[in-house]
Write a protein that binds this ligand. Structure first.
Ligand code: GLC
Ligand code: MG
Length: 717
């Protein structure tokens, strides 16, 4: 890893929907839409840049006959330097995005495995949407690679829209999983070095509603439009008629007012028919064509779409527009560029009168086709029209204003030509993917310049030579101490016996909330020989036998952003918390006891620290212990560091625990065991893939888990 001199290696993550490079199936389901186009175009354009050495776009591998075989292919090239990498996680079948949450920890580990197999680590991780953000935060914390994020759409915005429309809060959880999504977005804001937005409004009004909003981390870089697909009419692209449209029209060659959108009430399509129908000048000199998704049978459509189609048909009928309105039943994505060109050739106009429009990619497609636009006066259109100067903004609720804008835009031929030319030129300047990529790379390079040394050090640490005496170990058993390893002398003795029989082949580690000194004491008390690996103070310290020296690479990695003294000062005197004795603490851990009977609000403590500019991870155990750690440290992250350090896949780890500080060590690709005597706080893991709930308590539970997984039973090789 030598800085950025030989080109950037970028890791993008976009997890939901059906993603493929050749003819992406846009609109096939609600998760396969704009984000898919955006990510594919961005990754392709990055792959074309000479400043980029390689781009991997990680998505979910889906083995589902209903989805088709393309989504089960592990690698798909997107040009010479870019490719799709499909990693399996969760069940094989296709899942809508809201159902991916419990499976994301497994993907973190699949990504670690993927990266372990590459000859170098990426310079940047760029995540798209909250689900990928969740994974990216963990990868970034573990590997120390800076995180860049694009939201695409935001949970808080969506939630408040539903609440404003009168939906009950409780009814939103099942369909949308806001309780997962919004905290994941908050966490992304806390960890990302750069957040990209498409418009100023997205930053101010949408991200601005988040607790961790810090304006300095944002950059507005609007997406590009594919100008090789969307281009003005020319003699070579001479589709002059369109039977699907023209069979509806008495005089097809009149100026064509065009709208293309999903059949969603938000898109406000019936208002356009109304505005068209109420002005005789429009009815007599122009035509209107509305492409609203695909309708087979209106009666069979879903409720929202049915309402839209019904309103459209009724409005057309009310004004008797038959002969000057086209409402085609379907169109394919391949036809869309021709539709814009048709309207441009007929000197028409594109209309997007949606009630709200955060971005409005269709406006750019129209502009790139030389077709002027009329659009809602809202976030995206406001930015686009200010840049492109190719049409008019209107209040989507004011039908007279919409009629007037249509009359005006079609009535002045000279101005129409100026708008058409402006759109073409300015889209090239401002909204091309190549332009997007050069601004994007400039931002990334600036960020990396500041990080270069730190990155080099971290990557070197992870690649440090494996520890010689552990070189033969093919498995690692990592167990919590109190109430997991110890508590029952008989089963402990049986476990130690199991271990002795496999010495060398199975390495043995502990991961505990205790300090190093107290760990040695308790192990001695219970007659446990010194383990090969000691993870102490809740994952903040790692030591390897026999020297038991502090691993400096881990220390150097986790110290990032940690201000222990300030944390301790800030929480001194906090209600309901009592400081634990100094000897329990470590340089990277500070702990409190919760005063019996008092409730602690972790979110409030987190907010309180954040408001003082203090980044920390809070770990709550047994209803009474609160540990405050650097964000990059935890038992789970320490285990993943060990996997990299020892060169072992996470599947070869067995992890065991009983309480809250074990929680995130127990999810992911490792084989996890929750012992029979666990605390209620681990119940939430029941039913998770790769988490076994033993019935036997203490070390007996570990042995039960070993048998359950047939852990380390294969013949030595
Ligand atoms: C151990 C530590 C204590 C910590 C607790 C939970 O008991 O001694 O400091 O709070 O584990 O992690
Ligand atoms: Mg314990």
């Amino acid at each position: 890893m030598n800085g950025t001199s030989d080109g950037l290696y970028l890791l993008h993550l976009s997890l939901h929907g059906l993603l493929r490079g050749t003819s992406p199936e846009l609109g096939r389901d609600p998760d396969t839409g704009g984000q898919i186009t955006y990510v594919l175009e961005l990754v392709r354009a990055l792959g074309r840049s000479p400043r980029v050495a390689r781009v991997d776009l990680v998505t979910r591998l889906v083995e589902d006959t209903a989805a088709g075989p393309d989504y089960a292919v592990p690698l798909e090239p997107l040009g010479e330097k870019a490719r799709i990498v499909r990693l399996p996680f969760g069940p094989k079948r296709y899942l809508r995005k809201e159902l991916l949450w419990p499976h994301l920890p497994a993907l973190v580990d699949r990504c670690v495995e993927h990266l372990r197999a590459q000859e170098r680590l990426p310079h940047l991780i760029h995540t798209h949407y909250a689900d990928a953000g969740y994974v990216g935060v963990r990868l970034s914390q573990l590997l120390g690679i800076p995180l860049v994020h694009t939201g695409h759409s935001l949970g808080r915005t969506k939630r408040s829209r539903y609440l404003a429309a009168g939906r009950a809060e409780a009814s939103l959880e099942r369909p949308f999983r806001f309780s997962q999504r919004i905290p994941a977005e908050e966490e992304v804001l806390e960890n990302a070095r750069l957040v990209l937005a498409s418009t100023r409004q997205e930053v101010d009004e949408q991200w601005g509603a988040y607790e961790n909003f810090r304006p300095g981390r944002f950059a507005v870089v609007p997406p590009g439009v594919d100008t090789s697909r969307f281009s003005p009419p020319s003699p070579f692209r001479a589709r002059t008629s369109f039977p699907e449209v023209d069979r509806w029209l008495r005089e097809p060659y009149r100026p064509l007012i065009l709208a293309i959108s999903r059949p969603s009430p938000k898109k406000n399509l019936p208002a356009l028919v109304e505005a068209f129908g109420r002005d005789p000048r429009l009815r007599e000199t122009a035509n209107l064509a509305i492409f609203a998704g695909v309708r087979e049978d209106v009666a069979q459509s879903d409720e929202e779409a049915k309402a839209v189609y019904t309103d459209l048909l009724l409005a057309a009928d009310r004004h008797d527009l038959w002969g000057s309105i086209a409402l085609p039943k379907k169109h394919s994505p391949e036809e869309v560029p021709d539709l814009y060109r048709l309207a441009a050739r007929r000197r028409g106009v594109f209309v997007n009168a949606a009630l709200i429009e955060p971005f409005g990619l269709t406006l750019l497609e129209a502009a790139a086709s030389g077709l002027p636009v009329i659009a809602t006066e809202d976030g995206g259109p406001r930015d686009i029209l200010a840049n492109c100067r190719n049409g008019l903004l209107v209040d989507p609720l004011d039908l007279n204003a919409l009629s007037r804008a249509l009359v005006e835009s079609l009535g002045d031929a000279a101005r129409w030509s100026i708008w058409s030319r402006n759109g073409l030129r300015r889209v090239r300047d401002t909204y091309s993917w190549d332009g997007h990529v050069s601004r994007y790379l400039a931002l990334c390079e600036r960020l990396l310049r500041r990080e270069r040394k730190a990155l080099r050090r971290r990557h070197a640490a992870l690649r440090a030579t494996p520890l010689a005496h552990l070189a033969d170990a093919a498995h690692l058993l990592v167990t919590d101490i109190d109430d997991t390893l110890i508590g029952d002398a008989d089963s402990l003795e049986r476990l130690l016996e199991w271990r002795r029989a496999r010495a060398g082949r199975v390495a043995f580690g502990v991961a505990t909330g205790r300090s190093f000194r107290r760990t040695l004491e308790i192990l001695e008390t219970w007659g446990v020989p010194i383990p090969d690996v000691l993870v102490t103070s809740v994952g903040t310290e790692i030591r390897f036998a026999p020297e038991l020296r502090l691993d400096r690479a881990w220390e150097g990695h986790i110290r990032h952003g940690w201000r222990r003294d300030e944390v301790v000062r800030a929480l001194a005197g906090a209600m309901g918390l009592r400081k634990q004795p100094e000897e329990n603490d470590g340089p990277y851990k500070a702990s409190w006891d919760v005063v019996p009977g008092r409730h602690v609000d972790l979110a409030a403590i987190q907010r309180f620290l954040r408001a003082r500019g203090l980044a920390a991870r809070l770990v709550f155990s047994q209803g009474k212990f609160l540990d405050v750690l650097p964000v990059r440290a935890s038992k789970g992250l320490a285990v993943r560091f060990l996997a990299l350090r020892l060169g072992l896949p996470l599947e070869s780890f067995l992890v065991a625990g009983d309480s809250g500080n074990d929680l995130e060590m127990l999810v992911g690709d490792t084989r996890a065991v929750v012992v029979g005597n666990h605390k209620p706080e681990l119940e939430e893991l029941r039913g998770r893939e790769g988490v076994y709930f033993a019935t036997a308590p203490y070390a007996g539970g570990i042995l039960e888990g070993i048998a359950h997984y047939s852990f380390a039973t294969e013949a030595p090789c």
